[in-house]
Each structure stands twice: as C-alpha cells, then as structure tokens.
Design a protein around this ligand. Structure first.
Ligand code: ADP
Length: 477
C-alpha cells in the first residue's frame, strides 16, 4: 500500500474552475478503491462548498506565517481532505485565481508559495499529523514549487508532477522571487528561473521524479514548439520520465441509463429510445422536429483553444446541407455575437444558447447524433468521452486526448468494429468540412452508424483504469 499526498488548487465538488477539479475529486477516490492510503490537500477558500464535517486538526508555521489544517472528507468516500486555512491569504470570494474582472489576484504568487510550503511541511511529517507520504502528487503550476522545495531537503517522499494544461505556467517577474524569500539555490536556468522570470511550473518540471500529462499524445506534443510554450526543450530533455495517462470520467454523473436531466433514459440495449431525446431537444431548441435529419451539437468554452473559429468558417456551407446544429457555450464575446447572428439568420437550422447550463449539456449529449470538437489543442478533453457513452458520434481534431480516445472511422476500423468517431488532422475549416461530409455519409448508412454507436458506448473510460496506471507509476518511483 502506498501513502499518497495529492495536492491541488481546486477539487470538485468543493471548488471548480476546470478539468483539474474533476481529476482531483475523482482520482484520489479511485486510488482509495485500489486500497491505497491517499490524502488530499487544498487551500481553504471562503467559497468552498463542503458537505461533510470540517474540524481543526493541527497548526503549522512557515516563513513567519501560520496556517491551521482543517480536516474533512471527499463526499461519498473515506478519503481525508486537509484544508490549509490562512485567511490573510485566501480570504477572497469567488475564483481561486482571478478577481471579478478576470485579473489575477494581486497576492497570487504568495498564495501558492505558502500553500506549497505547507505541502512540504506535511510531506516531511513536520505538520503534527503523524503521517508521512511515500509520494507527493502535485498538479499544475500552483503546486509546482513543491518538488523544487523538496529538492533541498533530505529523506523526502518521491514526487509526481501532472500538467493539466501547458497554457498556464505561473510566470512572475524576478522581483517576486526576491519578495517570496525562496531559497537562492533554486534560481538558475535549470531551476525555477525562466528567461529572467520566476516560473512556478518549472519547479515541477525541473525537480519532480516523474512528470505526467493527461494523454499520451499531449505528452508528445508538449515536446514541440507548437504546444510547449518555450518549455519544449526542457520537456524533451525529460522525455524518459514524462508520460501521459488519460483522465477517467464520472460514470455516475454521465450515464444515459440513469440521467435525470434527459427526457428518456436509454442504454446500449434500448438505443432506439435515444431519438426521444433528439425530438425533445429539437422542440426545446425551436428547431423543426424531425427524427431523421442529422443533429449536430457543441458544448464548449468559446475560446481559441476549442477551434470555434474553424466551425464559424464552416457555417455558411453547413446551413446549405441537410442538418441541424445546437450550440451551448460562453466565452469570447465576439464569437458569441457571431454565433448569435447565425442563429438569427437561420433559426430553422441553428440554435445557440450562450451561458453555462449543466442540464442542457446533458440534454444535448443525449439528443444529438454528432458532437463537434475541432480543438486546436486538447490535453485530454471530456466531452468526447461523454459523447461516446451517450452513443453520440464525435468529430474531433486529431490532437492530444482527442487523438487517444477516438478511433477514426476508416475502412479498417469499420471492418473490425473499433471505429467510434471521425477525426481530421489539419486545423482548417476545409479539413473540418471534409470530416462533416464524411460523417454525413456514415450517418446515412444506418447499419454502420448503429455499430459505431454501440462500439462507442461499450468503451471503458472509468477512473479505475487510469488510477491503476498512476499506481504503477508510484510503484516505479
Ligand atoms: P475544458 O476543461 O478545456 O473546458 P473539457 O472537454 O475537458 O474542456 O471539459 C469541459 C467540461 O465543461 C465538460 O464537462 C463540458 O460539458 C462542460 N462545459 C463547457 N461549457 C459548458 C457550458 N456552456 N454549459 C455546460 N457545460 C459546459
């Protein structure tokens, strides 16, 4: 049995801004189910939503600042969560990283340096918790300083650093390094210095015993200039300790058999009921109700990463085709406006909802035939996993986790029943349009389509699978 300290700046259902929270809420539970002793550590933000008992267990002082450690549990589990309580640093409402205007909190570097220092105290068994982990598993730049700080201690636990998105690195001016009172010996180009700036993510990349990211393809991509944001050199130098493990998905929340948000539950055996969800979605979206017209959908943050511009460039041609489109998302205001304009011009073809709507997201996954995910980059991606479970065929760009989780419908994969989607390589509207046309041909071949749906629905995207791979990694170090 391994003792694992899992460190994250966000954990679902306590606090969430993105995919990291889902991983941090699920992976520790899956590791506990594999009989591992795993504890989770998170800052105590005032907006934290806890459901279980929260109580004080110890207090720690580092760098002239005190924190109380509070203990609670991950819901529906025995996994202990340690909350680092320091109101001077964390007492702000809302998002852990930015204010209401989207600007990073002024004390953001102090926040996560202090959090990292407390993690080090816990890791070294100096926090009066009477427990020392074998492995500290750090996630993203907010905990990047942990492997760096542990590198100057002796008899330390091993460290794993997971990258959830290379686009966020925690870069600050050199003056911040001085103000944080960090050990001088970490300041060099092979350490946490990055072109005369302080880089938190480098603390993880340069010092951790193992580096992982959330898909094998993304692990390769980040070693290239297009995806590495200047760190591709360091990452390719570390290739022998760098690997990719696909995230699992929440099989209870996203289950077409028990989903309460959808009109009619269905399974692989009752796939014919999926169409009831399609007609209700069409009705709800004010589109003509028509069982046979191919219904496309997209649920996404409307940002450059997601390749929405590629879709925008296809829409003029798509509206000439026999299809309908349901879109849900929010983000870039100019993209929102362009999509709304299309919906106004073609109300019988396109329905657009701007905002964040969990229930509608479920209804779309259940109701549509084809999910669009033309991402420019995608470390793992979740919607293509949900789609497959709901018998909805995804069209994806062949990048990152999309490349690793979708089997393109080609003659060979169709013949041996492994095809689950359609993928395209080039990040261009032309390539996306070709993929859409290819999908429409498949859709019209009812037998093939049903086979693909069933193959997709039988795939295993459980956390159990991914947790076993993390455990193997912990055992290696
Ligand atoms: P990312 O984490 O980069 O946004 P993922 O595909 O990994 O992309 O995960 C996105 C998650 O957020 C999915 O669960 C998706 O359904 C959800 N989501 C994104 N936008 C919306 C929205 N407007 N309404 C409801 N859910 C959304």
């Amino acid at each position: 049995m391994k003792k694992i300290l899992f460190a994250s700046s966000e954990i679902h259902p306590f606090i969430k801004t993105g995919g990291l929270a889902d991983v941090a809420g699920s992976l520790p539970k899956a590791l506990a189910e594999l009989s591992q002793d795993v504890r989770v550590i998170l800052p105590n933000y005032p907006s934290l939503k806890t459901t279980e008992d929260v109580h004080f267990i110890s207090s720690v002082r580092v760098n002239n600042q005190q924190a109380n450690i509070l203990e609670t549990r991950l819901p529906d589990s025995q996994v202990r969560v340690w909350l680092v309580d320091c109101p001077e640093l964390f007492d702000t409402d809302g998002n852990p990283y930015v204010d209401a205007q989207g600007n990073p909190w002024e004390n953001i570097a102090d926040r996560f340096t202090f959090f990292s220092r407390i993690i080090v105290e816990v890791a070294m068994n100096r926090a009066h918790l009477d427990w020392q982990p074998d492995v500290v598993h750090c996630n993203d730049w907010q905990t990047g300083l942990v492997p760096a700080l542990l590198s100057i201690e002796s008899n330390t636990p091993a460290t794993v650093f997971t990258i959830h998105n290379m686009a966020y690195q925690g870069i600050f001016p050199e003056s911040t390094f001085a103000n944080l009172n960090l050990p001088r010996q970490l300041w060099h180009p092979d350490g946490i210095e990055f072109h005369d700036m302080l880089s938190f993510i480098k603390g993880g990349l340069a010092y951790a015993n193992r580096i992982t990211t959330v898909s094998p393809t993304y692990a390769l991509e980040i070693q290239t200039p297009e995806f590495g944001y200047g760190l591709e050199g360091l990452l390719s130098h570390k290739y022998n300790i760098l690997s990719g493990i696909i995230n699992g998905m929440d099989l209870d929340q996203w289950n077409p058999e028990t989903d309460r948000a959808i009109s009619e539950p269905y399974s692989i055996e009752t796939l014919e009921h999926k169409v009831i969800n399609k007609t209700s979605l069409q009705a709800r979206s004010s589109l003509p109700v028509n069982k046979s017209v191919p219904l496309f959908g997209l649920i996404s943050r409307l940002v450059e990463q997601k390749g929405i511009d590629l879709l925008l460039d296809c829409l003029n041609e798509m509206v000439e085709m026999p299809l309908q489109l349901v879109l849900l998302g929010s983000g870039d205001k100019s993209v929102e406006k362009k999509l709304m304009n299309f919906a106004r011009l073609y109300p019988k073809k396109i329905s657009v909802t701007i905002g964040y709507d969990e229930a509608l997201a479920h209804q779309i996954e259940a109701g549509i035939d084809i999910f669009l995910m033309p991402s420019r980059f995608e470390p793992c991606g979740l919607n293509q996993l949900y789609s497959q479970r709901y018998g909805t065929i995804p069209i994806v760009r062949e990048t990152g986790g999309l490349a690793d989780t979708i089997e393109d419908a080609l003659p060979k994969s169709l013949a041996n029943n492994t095809a689950t989607g359609v993928s395209f390589k080039e990040a261009s509207a032309g390539a996306l349009l070709e993929a859409i046309k290819r999908t429409l041909l498949l859709y019209n071949d009812k037998k093939t389509w049903k086979k693909m749906q069933k193959t997709a629905m039988s795939k295993d995207f459980s956390w159990k699978n991914s947790a076993a791979q993390y455990l193997e990694l912990y055992e290696q170090i």
